[in-house]
Design a binder for this molecule. Structure first.
Ligand code: ATP
Ligand code: PRP
Ligand code: NIO
Length: 558
């Protein structure tokens, strides 16, 4: 390595642990092996500067709850850690839906699936770096050195299937399925759920706001109120997917190429000797982008007249003032009055922006009151998912390969998957066992009719009509004919390798809008939404019933 370089000056070595730099020609080579047993591809030199690659920005291996490490260790000690298993990720109750339910008490609602791009990035760069290993070595559990050495080599090596980011997901539909060695599935749980739960939650909040705002402009302004830096940056990214026009979060703009914009704050006006001087000074610098804030002293008595003077001054120079901003008071009354007076002053082009603790409900109410607001700036209630601060997505084992003794006894073959179940007192909490897939059924009009969860070997392609049966209530059935069935999951990782073409943010944003249009508005409305059918195949239901009966009969969880 040249003395004036650090390892960060070389190409990012995704998934490789060591960087071997030719001491002759400075060419970098990436490897998972510490020992350089090769000649340089560029100059055939044989001497290398070898160093572990450690990028503090890629520091995800310990994004776990401690019991993940102790379970991984116990499985390693048992020699079972590489047993292949299947995990499903799903949620049970949609957020933001008030506990009213339909006549049978069942709650509807949806989640907009967010966070897949972030998850892919994280899994691609997931490895225990040297400082992680050093930390684990200090733990009182006294982990075996051979275990720590295996951790140093560990990468995600499994298959991962997921719903595409921006699609809509419903209670109990698995949004991710992971097939991997059991210790890897345990390793990624907390990190995966942390990303998906947080980003899907705010994406859903934003998606609801977009439903209400329609063609009006939505701006994301939550940075100062977000629960941490990541939450603000990824929240701004989710807002863009949801259909917001821009964010005030500059870091998100840089990181994800999201449009960035803003108005002006009270500080700028309070700092100047007078409101009018402040408006004129700002307009001088940003003649095409000036949005005066009207409420520093008196919205209608001072802010608005000064903004009109500023707009006329701009017009004399050939510029159109963009908008004015309301930030307090009765936004319905004020916006109507401001619109009237702007129009009277010949300023029909000047738009009205509003901020102040807005959410989908206040926006809906203001629209219903005939407020003349074109631009909605939302911060706190969007970024914190204020009325429902967590999404309860879970990561659960549903199948495993047989153990050695089970092969030996001839009970199973190598290719078998053994369905696993966890029993609960409440039927809703009992997992859907086995290795499964999910179809989404569309009518000929392109509208979604329900999700159909079945075992991996089952197929729907030949069927003309299907009865969607409620998972727990036998009286709830819905016949669907003349449908098209689409598999909901895409293959993301195969044997640890990324096989999915990650779409651009722009594409994900369009995809989210397209997917929303496939659902009747009754499923998407804010209050008491219609329940979208998620059904199990007969074979899956029967298998589940058999496993429950066996379990209740005391035969354990097989
Ligand atoms: N016409 C309206 N209908 C429904 N909600 C409104 C209407 N006008 C304002 N709101 C909302 O009512 C709340 C008013 O909050 P609050 O009383 O804290 O604001 P304020 O006194 O006007 O201003 P400040 O932020 O300076 O305290 C805000 O959430 C705002 O979005
Ligand atoms: O209301 P939100 O949806 O969070 O939107 C962002 C708010 O942030 C700013 O207020 P600031 O932080 O200056 O304080 P304020 O609440 O007293 O206006 C701005 O004036 C908005 O009102
Ligand atoms: O640009 C704005 O108007 C803005 C940005 C962040 C918070 N409140 C307002």
């Amino acid at each position: 390595m040249k003395p004036d370089k650090t390892i960060f000056d070389y190409v990012k070595p995704t998934k490789f642990r060591y960087i071997h730099i030719c001491t002759n020609c400075d060419q970098p080579h990436f490897s998972n092996e510490e020992v350089a047993n090769r000649s340089c591809l560029a100059c055939e030199g044989t001497h290398f500067h070898v160093t572990p690659y450690y990028n503090p920005a890629e520091d995800y291996a310990l994004d776990v709850d401690y019991y993940a490490i102790t379970m991984m260790y116990a499985l390693w000690k048992e020699g079972l850690h590489k047993t292949e298993v299947v995990f499903d990720d799903f949620y049970r109750k949609a957020p933001f839906v008030k506990a009213v339910g339909d006549v049978t008490g069942e709650l509807g609602g949806y989640v907009a699936f967010g966070g897949l791009g972030h998850l892919i990035d994280t899994i691609e760069n997931l490895y225990f770096n040297e400082s992680d290993i050093a930390y684990l070595r200090t733990r009182p559990e006294n982990f075996d050195e051979a275990f720590l050495e295996d951790l140093r080599k560990l990468r995600f090596s499994g298959d991962l299937y997921a719903v595409e980011e921006g699609n809509l997901i419903f209670p109990n539909t698995p949004f991710i399925r992971v097939e991997a060695p059991v210790w890897e599935c345990i390793w990624i749980e907390a990190m995966l759920l942390n990303i998906i739960n947080a980003e899907s939650l705010v994406l859903t909040k934003g998606s609801r706001m977009k439903t209400i705002a329609g063609e009006d402009t939505l701006l994301e302004m939550g940075k100062r109120r977000a629960q941490g830096r990541d939450a603000s940056v990824y929240g701004a990214k989710m807002a863009y997917i949801a259909g917001f026009a821009a964010t005030s979060n500059v870091k998100a703009g840089k990181q994800f190429d999201v449009p960035v914009t803003g108005t002006q704050a009270h500080v700028y006006i309070m700092f100047h000797p007078s409101e009018l001087e402040a408006f004129l000074a700002y307009a001088d610098v940003f003649p095409e982008k000036t949005i005066p804030l009207l409420d520093t002293t008196d919205t209608l008595g001072s802010g608005l007249p000064n903004a009109i003077t500023t707009a006329h001054a701009l017009a004399e120079k050939g510029y159109d003032m963009a908008a004015v901003r309301l930030d307090s008071g009765d936004l319905a009354y004020l916006s109507k009055e401001v619109r009237k007076r702007l129009d009277e002053a010949g300023l029909q082009h000047v738009k009205i922006a509003a901020t102040n603790d807005l959410d989908e409900y206040t926006i809906a109410s203001l629209k219903q009151q005939g407020a003349k607001i074109d631009i909605w700036g939302v911060g706190t209630k969007y970024i914190t998912a204020y009325d429902n601060p967590a999404l309860g997505g879970v990561h659960k084992i549903v199948a495993r390969r047989p153990f050695a003794d089970e092969f030996e006894r001839g009970v199973y073959t190598f290719d078998d998957w053994i369905a696993l179940i966890k029993i609960s007192e409440s039927m809703e909490k009992i997992l859907n066992p086995g290795r499964k897939k999910v179809y989404r059924l569309f009518g000929k009009d392109g509208m979604a009719k329900g999700d159909y969860i079945c075992l991996e070997h089952e197929t729907l392609e030949e069927q003309q009509e299907i009865t969607l049966k409620h998972p727990t209530n036998p009286l709830k059935v819905k016949k669907v004919g003349n449908f098209e069935a689409t598999l909901l999951h895409k293959s993301i990782f195969q044997r640890g390798k990324l096989v999915y073409q990650v779409p651009t943010l722009q594409t994900v944003r369009q995809y989210h809008q397209q997917q929303k249009q496939c659902f009747w508005e009754e499923y998407l409305r804010l209050e008491v939404p219609e329940v979208y059918r998620v059904a199990l195949s007969d074979e899956l239901r029967q298998m589940k019933a058999r496993l429950i009966a066996e379990h209740r009969g005391g035969e354990g969880h097989r």
